[in-house]
Design a protein. Structure first.
Length: 310
């Protein structure tokens, strides 16, 4: 049985001229998918370097984030990390192509799995997935071994919306794609024993957030991890996908679930979530998505960090 919605259905109106450019753009993404993986990685790095040298708002935001999180590094070290990070962003763009168009057989050859046993059992799992630049291909790799429900950002263009749902579900037709605000849908999945993707490492504003330390900086941190685990009667299970050096592939590691979470205190829970995120980011800082305004919300009376970001 598949989980279909109106957004999953193809309509003949999608072939009208006003959508032709969308179809052309999507079709062009098939071409790089035909290239060998190592070539895609090098091409992605080249794109990332171009984005870095072009500069702009996202480069400025990432630079500010690195200044705040790595004050012990010299300016030259942080700038080298910034360029490496944008090379990683470029590779991430190529990974979208891979996730959308590669057959299972090609993906299987690139990834090794660790800790999949932590996803077993009847209890629902809140899968803690971080915003690394590998985030798009993460879902494709998980679907090779385990069924997963996920929240996502809906697109206003109906053709693109149709295609992103179709391509993200092609390895796992049992999966449910839920709108970002579909809390009830997430809870239904968790209570039904499903595994649900959850990413708590962005700034969603002061509502339903507490300030918790992240790399020594106070960051607005959603309390949703605690609430979803409690209300969904689910176990929080962390997971990380990292790129291996030398364009040799990926390692997807699932860690043991947090048996004593939530503790019942939003502040302590948020601090624990951020400590875990920080520890994972420190291992591969160049692969983290620093271009988001992680410190957008500031404590009352504190000036914003991103005034320099154009």
């Amino acid at each position: 049985m598949t989980n279909t919605t109106e957004a999953d259905r193809f309509y003949w109106s999608f072939l009208l001229p006003r959508y032709w450019l969308i179809w052309l753009g999507l079709g062009l993404t098939v071409l790089p998918s035909l290239l060998p993986y190592r070539v895609l990685v090098r091409f992605g790095e080249w794109i990332g370097r171009r984005l870095y040298h072009r500069g702009g708002k996202r480069v400025d935001i990432a630079r500010v984030n690195l200044e705040k999180c790595f004050p012990e590094k010299t300016a030259e070290e942080r700038e080298a990390l910034l360029q490496a990070n944008f090379e990683s962003v470029g590779i991430g763009l190529m990974e979208v192509v891979m996730a959308w168009w590669w057959p299972k057989s090609r993906l299987e050859k690139l990834v090794r799995f660790k800790g999949l046993e932590h996803l077993e059992g009847a209890q629902g799992k809140l899968l803690l997935i971080l915003h690394f630049t590998t985030i798009e291909i993460t879902g494709a790799f998980i679907a090779l071994r385990h069924s997963l429900d996920a929240t996502y950002r809906e697109h206003k263009n109906p053709v693109f919306e149709y295609m992103q749902r179709k391509q993200r579900q092609r390895y796992d037709r049992q999966s449910r794609l839920l709108g970002r605000r579909d809390v009830r849908g997430m809870l239904r999945s968790l209570r039904g024993g499903r595994t649900v993707w959850y990413s708590p490492d962005q700034d969603y504003g002061p509502k339903q957030s507490v300030f918790a330390s992240f790399f020594g900086v106070q960051a607005a941190t959603v309390t949703g991890t605690s609430r979803m685990a409690k209300m969904g009667r689910a176990q929080v299970v962390p997971m990380v996908l990292k790129r291996l050096p030398g364009a040799s592939g990926y390692e997807l590691e699932v860690f043991e679930g947090w048996a004593d979470f939530p503790e019942g205190d939003d502040q302590r829970d948020a601090e624990r979530v951020n400590r875990y995120i920080e520890n994972q980011v420190k291992k591969h800082p160049e692969q983290y998505m620093w271009l988001h305004r992680r410190f957008k919300t500031r404590p009352e009376g504190e000036a914003g960090f991103y005034k320099k970001a154009r």
